[in-house]
Design a protein around this ligand. Structure first.
Ligand SMILES: [Zn+2]
Length: 304
């Protein structure tokens, strides 16, 4: 069965400041990498569509959506925080990013695919219920989890291997035991929020600067595998950020391309063991465009 691959060229119209690392070039680099012929039979490419307003319920409050609508600039940009801003295309891009996660969950739960990857931007895992931050506007992975619950899934696991902690996802689900959130991240590091939460459904794996492949893999096996075995999720969702790569300019972990192949393989194994194969991954960070593109290809190979 091919992997459902969701994206949209309008995600490239969301542009923040000049030289901002979260740039349209990221999606273009992934696209170029996956344009190589051998991917044609492996991916079923479809366009993302925008999330419906009703699907924000339970994740982002009305006041937050209204605040964003008021922020939408005609020309130029408007800031959400010091490193997150919107231009006139940004809210559509964010709605497409969030919508792709819902489409992926729907297709996987319906049994049309057992693997889906959403190549979209802006990313989402730093967005808390009522606070956009860290390049993120809507928490797309949380919205996807809520959709899975509404379609009858009883237990969800969200795995987040972005180098930055998924504070937004923890903020949204820390009092909801049906959603297990496992997050590995450089520590201490940005964003410094919700990174010491003590809840049975929150599994945190802080990693010191300079952590490389061997130690990283051991930590994931030690923390995530028992948490997944205890939770037995009906579907696994992944905040797939690739900025723990050694070539990434924003952070200080030392993963290489092959670690993303390994992550894809180990997560696929867990999805097959507990979740009837159901796996949906969404792009989060990754700011060296070449390393990002190669790592996405490795991850897609491993998780197929
Ligand atoms: Zn990140």
């Amino acid at each position: 069965m091919p992997t459902l691959y969701l994206s949209h060229t309008d995600c490239e119209k969301h542009v923040m400041l000049e030289q901002h690392p979260e740039s349209p070039a990221r999606l273009r680099a992934i696209q170029r990498e996956l344009d190589q012929n051998h991917w044609n039979n492996l991916l079923e490419r479809r366009q993302a569509s925008e999330i419906d307003d009703a699907c924000f319920a339970g994740i982002h409050p009305r006041q937050y959506l209204d605040m964003l609508a008021e922020l939408k600039p005609g020309e130029g940009i408007a800031r959400i925080d010091a490193d997150t801003s919107v231009n006139k295309h940004s809210l559509r891009a964010a709605r497409l990013a969030a919508g792709s996660g819902l489409q992926a969950v729907e297709a996987v739960i319906a049994g049309h695919f057992n693997n889906a990857f959403c190549a979209v931007r802006p990313p989402g895992h730093h967005a808390e219920a009522a606070i956009g931050m860290g390049f993120c506007i809507f928490n797309s992975i949380a919205l996807a989890a809520e959709r899975a619950l509404s379609l009858g899934a009883e237990r969800i696991a969200i795995l987040d291997f972005d180098v930055h902690h998924g504070n937004g996802t923890v903020d949204i689900f820390m009092e909801r035991p049906e959603v297990l959130v496992c997050s590995s991240f450089q520590f201490p590091f940005y964003p410094g929020r919700h990174d010491q939460v003590d809840r049975p459904n929150i599994c945190l794996t802080p990693l010191s600067e300079g952590t490389a492949s061997g130690e990283f893999r051991q930590a994931i096996e030690r923390d995530w595998l028992p948490a997944l075995a205890a939770h037995r999720p009906d579907i696994i969702l992944v905040s797939a950020g690739f900025d723990a790569h050694r070539e990434d300019p924003l952070a200080g972990l030392l993963l290489s391309d092959s670690d993303y192949l390994w992550l894809g393989e180990i997560i696929r194994e867990q999805a097959n063991r507990f979740s009837n194969g159901r796996l949906v991954s969404m792009l989060e960070g990754g700011y060296n465009t070449e390393a990002l593109a190669r790592s996405v290809a490795q991850y897609l190979t491993g998780s197929a």
